[in-house]
Write a protein that binds this ligand. Structure first.
Ligand SMILES: C[S@@+](CC[C@H](N)C(=O)[O-])C[C@H]1O[C@@H](n2cnc3c(N)ncnc32)[C@H](O)[C@@H]1O
Length: 231
């Protein structure tokens, strides 16, 4: 009897561990309050120090959550710049746009889409970033290929990672990025809380199949869903 109980407890623990380790569900909106607490060493300020958003640039954020980074980055792009924010959860996008409106930030455009299939033509963005998002995406290599595709050849990409259950170690990121035609240029922070700066490898897009033909006559907005309030 004791042995059967122990076996059942072990099987239960293994099932829970497996579900936690393989879980790729998006971060629940119900726990949004936690997202407003900056993680040690992964502050929005450190992100902009690394990524250096420039006046008039077009930037892309994947998985903005409640806007911790977006509300810090967008004002640095100026009125002629744009921050496109992509998230699978409309509630997150609505949250970001409401907070932006409160602060009179008018250059954030939300797109409900999946990072694995971005609704943009090739070579649209000066820079892109994602913070504690990559490991949550069910196919991180596909997301990196898409980021490579939509970046300009001289574009830059910042990836922020923290040692939570979706953590992507720097060595794994460097390998996946390399496969996607991106190379590591710099890292800040410590191994368990880092920002990595990546850049497209010269001539990598076609060589590695990262490029996808854009739709004829595409304006760069192949949306899978209209921005909130417009669809
Ligand atoms: C842990 S939160 C991080 C939010 C924000 N970057 C921060 O640091 O506070 C992850 C975010 O990524 C979004 N997300 C998860 N999977 C995604 C996917 N496949 N494509 C786009 N966004 C995704 C979630 O909806 C959520 O907003």
């Amino acid at each position: 009897m004791k042995r059967a109980l122990r076996r059942a407890a072990l099987a239960g623990a293994a099932a829970i561990a497996a579900s936690v380790l393989t879980d790729r569900a998006p971060y629940p909106y119900a726990q949004k309050w936690l997202l407003d607490v900056p993680l040690p060493l992964l502050t929005p300020h450190r992100l902009t120090e690394l990524l250096r958003p420039g006046d008039g640039e077009r930037m892309l954020e994947i998985g903005p959550g409640t806007g911790l980074q977006a509300l810090h980055v967008a004002p640095r792009l100026g009125p002629d710049g744009e921050l496109a924010v992509v998230d699978v959860q409309r509630q997150m996008l609505d949250h970001v746009t409401a907070r932006a409106a409160e602060r009179s930030i008018g250059n954030i455009t939300p797109y409900r889409a999946d990072a694995r299939e971005l609704p943009f033509a090739d070579g649209q963005f000066d820079a892109a970033y994602l913070v504690t998002v990559l490991g949550e995406i069910p196919d991180a290599p596909a997301a990196l290929r898409e980021l490579r595709r939509v970046l300009k050849p001289d574009g830059r990409l910042a990836v922020g990672e923290f040692a939570d259950r979706h953590y992507v170690p720097l060595t794994t990121l460097a390998r996946l990025a390399n496969d996607a035609g991106l190379h590591l240029r710099r890292r800040t922070g410590i191994p368990f809380a880092y920002y990595a700066l990546l850049a497209p490898c010269a001539g990598s897009a076609s060589a590695r199949g990262a490029s996808r033909p854009s739709a004829p006559g595409s304006s760069g907005r192949r949306e899978t869903d209209a921005p909130p309030g417009q669809g």
